[in-house]
Design a protein around this ligand. Structure first.
Ligand code: FE2
Ligand code: FE2
Length: 351
């Protein structure tokens, strides 16, 4: 008879105080997810009524469909990867956090699909090539650590960046309000990576560590290619791709700084040099406005970025301000589950 593969020994592990704290935080991601749960159908109906329907100008509809379609299919990929984590992660608390994420991503997928159909009459039947390449690379990471850094610490902040940019573009008030709900959920998902990765990274040997860093940089490079491939559509909905690249880097840096605080060796000179090369690619693809029209100024600027990286801006991951509570010690305070409404109109990006 086949044996039932349940991890019966999951409660037998001995943990250091630091590990215990991290796992407690992971468990709190699950509970906070439950506290903040929102009904997708209800919220969409409420926002639809509040704003009298979607307000996307007809000229922007094709580009909006493609940009939002990219996010919609990305939500499905996030749902798949969170479901994998819910099945694979051994510590109970990490499994709970991933299960909660899978539930959120399912809601993100169907709500965006329903919004697209109601607001534009249709939705893209597939993802563009650059987006497919990015999601495939992340989904097929051959270790849990690679998939965690790719999805939780790189793609989640990228999604947060697009949501933020879409809110700032004022494409549609229903969408702007809806995305605040998404942003708060996604910011919580970053917390799983932040809490689980340090333990995994500390156990890596030299070779695994190098492969892990190379994977993360590869995802960074593919992300830039993916952004380039939807450049025209981003412009079509009023989003500046350079501003998105810089905002994305700023949000990712915010996440990575939290990670480096616990893994001092995670930030090293070689990684920074390669990251600067990626920044220089951004500078080359989308030059700073003040260097346009002057080849020498552009070259000087690219060389400066190669040396120091691109300048980042002050930003937040979660417009409702919940991330710190979600990622830190379990908090006994409970909110009513609704994002702060004013945040929908806030603009932290210095575009
Ligand atoms: Fe999501
Ligand atoms: Fe997510």
């Amino acid at each position: 008879m086949a044996r039932l593969a349940l991890p019966y020994d999951m409660f037998d592990v001995t943990r250091s105080a630091e590990e215990a704290r991290r796992f407690s935080r992971m468990e709190s991601i699950y509970h906070r997810g439950q506290d903040h749960i929102w009904d997708g159908n209800e919220v969409l109906d409420e926002l639809w009524e509040k704003h009298g329907g979607a307000k996307i100008s007809p000229a922007k509809v094709p580009a909006a469909q493609r940009v939002l379609g990219t996010i919609m299919w990305g939500e499905l990929a996030a749902w798949k990867i969170a479901s994998q984590f819910a099945n694979e992660l051994e510590p109970l608390e990490a499994r709970m956090a991933a299960t909660s994420q899978a539930h959120d991503e399912a809601r993100h997928f169907y709500v965006l699909h329903d919004y697209l159909v109601r607001a534009t009459g249709d939705f893209p039947r597939r993802l563009h090539k650059g987006g497919e390449r990015l999601l495939a690379a992340t989904l097929h990471g051959d270790t849990i650590a690679k998939r965690l850094i790719g999805m939780q610490l790189q793609l989640e902040p990228t999604a947060l960046t697009l949501f933020h940019a879409l809110r700032d573009s004022d494409l549609c008030p229903v969408l702007s309000d809806l995305l605040v709900y998404y942003e708060r959920d996604e910011a919580r998902h970053v917390g799983l990576g932040l809490q689980l990765l340090p333990g995994l990274m500390q156990k890596m040997g030299v070779r695994e560590s190098l492969e892990f860093t190379a994977f993360s940089l590869k995802i960074g490079a593919i992300s830039i290619g993916s952004l380039k491939s939807i450049e025209a559509d981003l412009r079509g909905v009023g989003i500046n791709p350079r501003a998105v690249a810089i905002l994305g880097k700023s949000k990712q840096l915010k996440v990575f700084e939290q990670l480096w605080r616990t893994i001092p060796g995670g930030r090293n000179e070689t990684t920074e040099k390669v990251a600067n090369v990626l920044d220089a690619a951004v500078e080359t693809l989308w030059p700073a406005p003040e260097t346009r029209g002057s080849a020498p100024a552009r070259v000087r600027r690219i060389l400066k970025v190669l040396k120091n990286g691109i300048e980042t801006i002050d930003t937040v991951l979660d417009p409702s301000g919940d991330l710190d509570r979600d990622c830190s010690a379990p908090d006994s305070s409970r909110s009513n589950g609704k994002p702060v409404p004013e945040a929908a109109g806030s603009s932290e990006a210095a575009e």
